[in-house]
Design a protein. Structure first.
Length: 419
């Protein structure tokens, strides 16, 4: 474990041992090793004869988590199950029966975990991965499946300190910045669409060495926005290129669960060398042999999302290269230039927040972000931290003037916040 991983693990274990339920956010870089920290927490809870619920936003991520957890916890007598919207009725009934009797120790799943008829025997730990993909209400429903379970939220979208204080003011925060030993920073280059053939040639050289590549497209079909290339259109282009003789897989959100799983399995075992996909691979997909990623219409994505996507490559010991494909327009390059020089997810997240605002990056509904008439949570971070310090002092003060000021602020709070 890295020092950051050890620190985060110690903080989580201290929470698990305390008399109060854990309420912690684990955030960190893409590929920084958050999953192993969560697995250590699962092991501790299962050893104490309590159950664990792991909720993730997609079936792809659910299966990925299930297999990783199963692999790491194989030496222990721990029963792990998976439940998704695609689970068969008979399979689902069996899982629910075993879960209620305490025969399942860890249940991994999607939104299927928050259905009314799902009951745990003794739920001790709730883990919600990519927590910003779920609404506050959904997270609360899962938490209520136990009496007072410990709760660990996880995110690979780094959140600057001042914003984290606002979004997760009732939570403790653990941060993992350091990448595992041997991991090389991803080389990133902005490439104009007219130079795409060069990217195809570079990819072919990597494939000849036995390595793999992703090509990311923004759309499934061209009907939605004709200005952006779709998977259907790019399929024709890549099959006519020098990569046409390679084994190519295609992945998108409209495929049935089993089909998506089959495409990913073939790519994982290197039965296909190139995967053309929409952003369904943004989180959770782990193929250490993949060294190339090309993102078409890169300027249509947010900086944090592009950083997440390129985090899918370079997970082994080989150098990873990411190509951001754009139309020949200076404006398209300007926004993306930070990705050519910056690999720190926190710096990229901050730049993204300045460009788009917290609501677009994290989602207003999920985060409940307040927009102020005066002041900006991102640009005015030092003033914001000072304001928090002063507000806490006023709330704790017994001075009559301080009490009067606090009461006045509560009465006028709506005048400072936009609807």
């Amino acid at each position: 474990l890295t020092d950051d991983q050890k620190q985060a693990t110690n903080e989580i274990f201290a929470d698990l041992k305390s008399n109060h339920p854990m309420n912690r956010l684990l955030q960190g870089e893409v590929g920084s090793g958050k999953t192993i920290i969560a697995i250590l927490a699962m092991l501790a809870v299962c050893t104490a004869k309590e159950q664990v619920a792991v909720m993730v936003p997609t079936e792809i991520l659910a299966w990925q988590n299930f297999r990783v957890i199963e692999r790491y916890l194989k030496p222990w007598d721990i029963n792990i199950a998976i439940l998704t919207g695609s689970s068969k009725k008979s399979e689902r009934k069996s899982i629910l029966d075993q879960l209620a009797l305490g025969k399942i120790d860890i249940l991994v799943g999607t939104h299927a975990l928050i259905q009314d008829d799902l009951d745990f025997y003794r739920l001790g730990l709730v883990i919600i991965d990519e927590q910003h993909r779920f609404g506050v209400r959904q997270r609360q429903i899962l938490r209520q499946k136990g009496q007072t379970p410990d709760v660990l939220l996880m995110t690979a979208t780094p959140i600057p300190r001042t914003l984290a204080i606002t979004l997760f003011r009732d939570m403790d925060i653990s941060t993992v910045r350091t990448l595992p030993t041997g991991r090389k920073p991803i080389l990133t280059e902005i490439v104009e669409y007219t130079d795409l053939s060069r990217v195809f040639s570079i990819t072919l050289e990597e494939v000849k060495k036995g390595r793999q590549a992703y090509f990311i497209v923004p759309l499934i079909s061209g009907k939605e926005q004709s200005s952006q290339i779709s998977l259907a259109e790019f399929k024709e282009e890549i099959e006519k290129s020098v990569l046409g003789g390679c084994a190519i897989g295609y992945l998108h959100g409209r495929q049935k669960s089993l089909e998506k799983q089959s495409v990913l399995e073939r790519f994982y075992w290197n039965e296909t060398s190139v995967l053309v996909s929409t952003t369904v691979v943004e989180v959770g997909v782990n193929v250490p042999n993949a060294t190339i990623m090309a993102i078409l219409c890169a300027n249509s994505f947010g900086l944090s999302q592009l950083h997440q996507l390129r985090g899918r490559i370079g997970r082994g010991n080989e150098q990873g290269s990411c190509f951001l494909i754009v139309d020949p327009d200076p404006e398209n390059r300007t926004k993306l230039e930070i990705l050519e020089t910056e690999t720190d997810g926190f710096a990229i997240s901050l730049a993204d927040l300045k460009l788009r605002g917290p609501g677009e990056v994290f989602g207003d509904e999920q985060t409940g972000i307040m927009r102020f008439r005066m002041g900006n949570l991102i640009l005015d971070d030092q003033i914001f931290e000072r304001a928090i310090h002063d507000a806490r002092w006023l709330l704790e003060s017994t001075d009559p003037l301080a009490i009067k000021l606090v009461r006045g602020c509560f009465k006028k709070i709506d005048t400072y916040i936009l609807d």
